[in-house]
Design a protein around this ligand. Structure first.
Ligand code: DQA
Length: 144
């Protein structure tokens, strides 16, 4: 089972982001955790990160064409990128939105997700385990 996992802007710099919010994992450690979790659940995961909105949109178009399931942490794009929302809406397979932190417990501008409305569901606030939970949820969605 192929799956595309997209991480948005600034996530590659978890090493210098606030560890009281994002935890102690570096980005390479997060990717290793996601890849191992995916493999254990029988997924062939393609994990990508970009700070560039256009690149994320291109990846979503590719996933739409290939009917691939997607897990996305859109990072700050979550809160305002209608272009990523419109691209996500083109997907044919399920989309799960994930966040390391719980945006609803943070600043008010993070309380809006323009992505949630086109996602099958959202998992937030569990650190790296948000990705594991999303992979488990995706597996059960795809087995239905
Ligand atoms: C985030 C939450 C967003 O509000 C923030 O802009 C991020 C990371 C998270 O994983 O908790 O960059 O998506």
């Amino acid at each position: 089972m192929k799956i595309l996992i997209i991480n948005g802007p600034n996530l590659a710099r978890l090493d210098i982001r606030d560890s009281s919010i994002y935890g102690d994992f570096s980005y390479p450690q997060l990717v290793a955790f996601i890849q191992k979790s995916a493999k254990d659940l029988g997924f062939d995961a393609d994990v990508r990160q970009s700070d560039d909105e256009a690149e994320i949109i291109r990846w979503l178009h590719e996933a739409a064409d290939a009917h691939l399931p997607v897990i996305i942490n859109p990072a700050a794009f979550t809160h305002y990128s209608y272009a990523i929302r419109d691209a996500a809406d083109l997907l044919k397979a399920p989309l799960i939105e994930v966040h390391l932190s719980n945006p609803m417990a943070r600043e008010e501008f993070r309380h809006t997700s323009v992505i949630s409305g086109v996602s099958t569901g959202t998992i937030a606030g569990f650190g790296p385990n948000s990705y594991l939970l999303a992979l488990q949820a995706m597996k059960s969605l795809l087995q239905k």
